[in-house]
Design a protein around this ligand. Structure first.
Ligand SMILES: Nc1ncnc2c1ncn2[C@@H]1O[C@H](COP(=O)(O)OP(=O)(O)OP(=O)(O)O)[C@@H](O)[C@H]1O
Length: 221
């Protein structure tokens, strides 16, 4: 008889994870496992710890105690490997301010060694609805335009896991619709999506799993 195929490691495994800022515990003894192939909706009031958790998974922070694993890899001892797999869409968008949206995307496409960087950039700008202001430097962009450009960058990177911190924030209705479409496409292409949002209805249609935080602890939603 053939041996059973080894099970995939969880997409995310949190083992008794705590994070402290000064004297304040932002996350307290969180244990959770997101099965491979599932997407996660992260909910909770302002200050409940959602961004902190996303930043721990993205390796932008280290836990004060406990262990975070992403696709079976420890975020502290195997940081570089985890960084290859994850991309974070956050409030800070890490864009080149003096370049246009198109130039920002071409730079990334070249870094990623993609064929036809300008065409790839054009296609993504159309996808996120940023075709009209392609000649303006990003420093002149509104918050919603930055969000659109940031998701275009994330899509170009093709991460195994997309960590989306308030992806609908600052977007107009057309932008929200475009973002929902893009998240759906990411999922359809096999990307694990972790979505922190206050738009719970949208989140529930996009994610199969939910983790609700209250003062840094997991509680029933
Ligand atoms: N750099 C920091 N220094 C000190 N305290 C912090 C820092 N970052 C977050 N906190 C605190 O940690 C707690 C959790 O914050 P976090 O940003 O993770 O919450 P959140 O659920 O993402 O909130 P929101 O819905 O407002 O984005 C809050 O009490 C916050 O004030």
């Amino acid at each position: 008889m053939d041996a059973p195929a080894p099970a995939s490691p969880p997409a995310i495994a949190l083992h008794d994870v705590s994070k402290r800022y000064g004297r304040h515990w932002a996350l307290a003894r969180l244990t959770y496992s997101l099965p491979a192939g599932r997407s996660l909706l992260l909910t909770g009031h302002n200050g409940s710890g959602k961004t902190t958790l996303l930043r721990l998974v993205a390796t932008a922070l280290s836990p004060t105690a406990g262990r975070v694993e992403v696709l079976g890899r420890n975020t502290v001892s195997d940081t570089n490997a985890v960084r290859q797999e994850v991309a974070l869409l956050s409030h800070a968008s890490f864009l080149y301010e003096d370049l246009t949206a198109h130039q920002n995307l071409v730079v990334l496409a070249r870094l990623l060694d993609l064929p036809s960087p300008k065409d790839v950039a054009d296609q993504l700008l159309t996808r996120v609805g940023l075709t009209r202001r392609t000649e303006s430097p990003v420093r002149q962009f509104s918050a919603g335009m930055r969000k659109r450009l940031a998701i275009a960058r994330l899509v170009m990177k093709k991460p195994a896991m997309a960590l989306l911190d308030e992806p609908f924030g600052e977007l107009d209705p057309a932008g929200i619709q475009a973002m929902e479409g893009i998240i759906g496409e990411l999922k359809a292409s096999g990307v694990t999506v972790v979505l922190a949002t206050h738009l719970i209805e949208q989140g529930l249609t996009l994610c199969e799993e939910r983790l609700h935080l209250q003062e840094g602890r997991a509680v029933p939603a």
